[in-house]
Write a protein that binds this ligand. Structure first.
Ligand SMILES: [Zn+2]
Length: 246
């Protein structure tokens, strides 16, 4: 079966989309620690590389070179550069938060599609609406946090499935990415019925809401930041315990 582009009906040859784009690489010259984990949180690859050259073949050339490339140049680069290189006292107005959210959602969909053994988490309708109108689902939540450690790139994807009381099924996809001093986390859920759920505590002073809205007049960074890779891992897994234990 020919593979379909993650964002449009194109079937067949897919192009190599750089998960870490060239402009990001140029911010961090020299050797970088590059870690990728699977959905159970285990490290699948960890290397020290001069160049981060990880590409995902999940989108067509047209998408890659048009609207996706615009997200990089018109949204991600202007809104995220200062945060990635560790600048302080950076005001983040809603327009910048929206720009970062576009990049974060695009990355979450691309990383989800690299795991071809499972059905895509986001419906075709949602992915196509993103290409057509840059619509991000309102039900999604995103967070951002500072990271003290430098010259590192970390991706962590987690999938959780279970039942919330009284008997409401919930499926979650959590995508956490750290690039330089900037970390974002996309929290997507499919839920039947409504029961609120909350992450593990301990990150309140460092996790800043990014989507649907950033705090008014927020100035980067928050009072606390993630200090170590262990902190990053704990942050990535903070939604793991939303289901009551049996
Ligand atoms: Zn496409």
């Amino acid at each position: 079966m020919p593979k379909e582009c993650a964002f449009c009906p194109h079937e067949g040859k897919l192009s190599a989309e750089h998960v870490v784009s060239d402009w990001m690489k140029s911010l961090f010259p020299g050797k970088k620690l590059f870690t990728r984990r699977n959905r159970a949180g285990q490290i699948i690859s960890q290397t020290i590389q001069e160049e981060i050259d990880w590409t995902a073949k999940v989108v067509c050339e047209k998408c890659n070179n048009t609207w996706m490339s615009n997200i990089e140049s018109q949204h991600a680069k202007p809104a995220m550069t200062a945060l990635m290189i560790g600048k302080k006292n950076v005001p983040i107005p809603q327009a910048s938060a929206h720009s970062i959210a576009l990049f974060a959602f695009k990355t979450a969909v691309v990383l989800d599609h690299t795991q071809r053994k499972r059905e895509p988490f986001f419906s075709r309708r949602v992915r196509h609406a993103f290409r057509q109108h840059l619509d991000i689902p309102r039900t999604l939540h995103m967070w951002m946090a500072g990271f003290a450690s430098r010259t590192s790139v970390h991706f962590h994807t987690g999938y959780y499935k279970g039942t919330l009381p009284p008997s409401n099924p919930l499926e979650m996809y959590i995508c956490t990415c750290g690039i330089g001093h900037f970390v974002f986390q996309v929290v997507a859920q499919k839920q039947i019925g409504f029961t609120g759920f909350y992450p593990r505590t301990g990150f309140e002073k460092l996790a800043v809401p990014l989507w649907p809205r950033v705090w008014p007049q927020f100035v980067w960074p928050a009072a606390n930041v993630l200090r170590t890779l262990k902190d990053f891992d704990a942050f990535s897994e903070r939604w793991k315990d939303v289901f009551p234990s049996r």
